[in-house]
Design a protein around this ligand. Structure first.
Ligand SMILES: [Zn+2]
Length: 165
């Protein structure tokens, strides 16, 4: 990590500043990325709420070995891995991926019954659209574009017709 700071700071001030910045980053990182334990608790809650009793949960962990996949499920052991690419995404998106992978402990393939099951989670369609958008942006390098510094126009700004006589 690179921290920029004014040249006139003393070594001691520098160290204090570095420590402060690191502590802030760490706190932000913890907020962005729930721990493996939290992921497991979340999976249990979701399984209970949206999936039939036949669902199985082995281990549930974050993984940076998922390549382009958002998650994976080893059906026999019911071990679920969730891609660290999902870090920082909305809760309901991560929940959808958990429900999806949990559902694979019941149905292996992506057939109609599988999707019917996954759709009992109310944000499934929205989350799939969200992830398709993220995937599209990453494949096309759109996530690397610098953000426009200018204030964006309102998405919807009705133009009032000037009063006419
Ligand atoms: Zn799947």
């Amino acid at each position: 990590m690179i921290i920029m700071m004014p040249a006139h700071l003393s070594a001691r001030q520098e160290q204090t500043w570095v420590d402060t910045m690191l502590a802030r980053l760490e706190a932000a990182e913890v907020r962005r990325r729930p721990s493996d334990e939290e992921l497991m608790d979340r999976a249990r809650d979701l399984a209970e709420k949206y999936l039939p009793k036949t669902v199985r949960i082995g281990s549930v962990q974050w993984s940076d070995q998922q390549g382009r996949r958002w998650g994976s499920c080893t059906v026999d052991s019911a071990d679920i891995r969730i891609s660290t690419r999902l870090r920082g995404m909305p809760r309901w998106v991560i929940d959808y991926v958990l429900v999806h992978e949990l559902a694979h402990t019941i149905f292996k393939g992506h057939h109609e019954q599988f999707w019917a099951l996954v759709s009992s989670f109310p944000h499934t369609e929205r989350a799939r659209g969200f992830l398709a958008g993220v995937d599209y942006a990453q494949r096309h390098g759109l996530d690397k574009e610098p953000l426009d510094a200018e204030q964006p126009e309102d998405e919807c700004s009705p133009v009032m017709n000037p009063a006419t006589e």
